[in-house]
Design a protein around this ligand. Structure first.
Ligand SMILES: [Zn+2]
Length: 357
């Protein structure tokens, strides 16, 4: 066992100062070509990738970018089993919203801290959060993030004034209300506008597209015409297959979406699913006819591209948000195809180190 081995379940989550070197099989570039060597990090940036024989069982890859979360409901894990999507999450009186109203602010923040810490330890380096509760909701998330190194892109909800504190606007769905004003406010603030669409049925997809969004979420019920419009406008889509399974709304047409645009993976509501990108990748790889390389792209640089982040790829010039897995763990040892093993088999217990810039 190499000296650097960290006990299973206790990964090292670090930010770097000065120079740090990560060794092993490096999944290089946007195609994740496995090369033996070292990644040199200086002051939070990847400055070199040196191909060389090295004595390490590590697998070095980009930390994950979770493209869609709602972490505010961390206090209500597994609540409402078997309820419909509407009974669970429809504003204002879905179960989730009643539970959130009943909880006090400190309790909500404490719940988020635990989920965010789990995300870090399971290899996530950045996430795109849809945040309920207006300005106060955004501020609570920022409090929860204090002391952690995750990069959060926060899409706030409610009045347009939420844009003063959020990184963008995250609309529930075009059937819920008219978002024309919020869309215009986001544009005026030079911030992205994201929206759920096509989760339960197709009726809110065209109205969502009419808002010229920067990011669409779900698109379970997208048809050929919607896909063409998405391709023409170059709008990335975040898909959440496990969430869609739990709420029984169908599954997103991932293969078709991939032919038309950038498709990123998200874990959606924490109360419905653990925010583990390993689990989302495994489900996606086994449910769909897509390659392991495509799934890993969906879990890393697709989300980074959707939010304009400089991470999700191991190459010089990128932010050093990186993940090191133990390729000689009981789970991964003997794997013949490294990318396939990372996507379909690896889990949190294989995480040795998470470097968050
Ligand atoms: Zn959502």
């Amino acid at each position: 066992m190499p000296a650097s081995h960290t006990p299973a379940g206790d990964p090292d989550v670090v930010t770097t100062t000065g120079e740090t070197v990560l060794e092993g099989t490096v999944l290089r570039g946007r195609e994740f070509d496995p090369v033996e060597g070292r990644v040199v990090v200086e002051d939070g940036e990847i400055v070199a990738l040196e191909e060389d024989p090295v004595e390490s069982d590590g697998i070095v890859l980009p930390a994950f970018v979770n493209a869609h979360t709602h972490s505010g409901d961390s206090i209500a894990k597994e609540a409402g089993g078997g309820l419909s999507l509407e009974a669970l999450v429809a504003p204002p009186d879905g179960l989730k919203h009643r539970l959130l109203r009943a909880a006090d602010g400190d309790e909500l923040v404490a719940g988020m801290v635990r989920s965010l810490r789990y995300m870090e330890r399971s290899g996530t380096g950045a996430f795109l959060e849809f945040r309920e509760g207006g300005v106060e909701g955004v501020e609570r998330l920022r409090r929860a993030l204090d002391g952690l190194s995750l990069d959060a892109t926060v899409y706030g909800r409610g009045d347009s004034e939420v844009l003063d504190v959020a990184d963008g606007y995250g609309a529930s769905g075009a059937n819920d209300t008219d978002f024309t004003e919020e869309r215009a406010a986001a544009r005026a603030a030079n911030k992205p506008f994201a929206i759920h669409a096509g989760e339960v049925n197709a009726s809110d997809i065209d109205p969502a597209l009419a808002l010229d969004p920067n990011l669409l979420v779900h698109m379970v019920h997208a048809d050929e015409n919607h896909l063409r419009r998405v391709a023409d406008a170059g709008i990335p889509v975040a898909v959440c297959p496990r969430s869609n399974l739990v709420t029984d709304v169908g599954l997103p047409p991932v293969e078709d979406l991939l032919e038309h645009t950038t498709v990123a993976l998200g874990t959606d509501n924490v109360f419905l699913n653990a925010p583990s990108m390993f689990r989302e990748m495994e489900f996606t790889a086994k449910l769909y006819d897509v390659s392991a390389t495509e799934v890993l792209a969906m879990a890393t640089h697709a989300g980074a591209d959707a939010a304009g982040l400089n991470c999700g790829v191991v190459e010089p010039g990128r932010d050093a948000r990186l993940l090191v897995l133990d390729g000689d763990s009981d789970n991964l040892t003997g794997a013949q195809e490294v990318v396939r093993a990372v996507v379909r088999r690896a889990g949190t217990s294989d995480v040795e180190r998470v470097v968050l810039a």
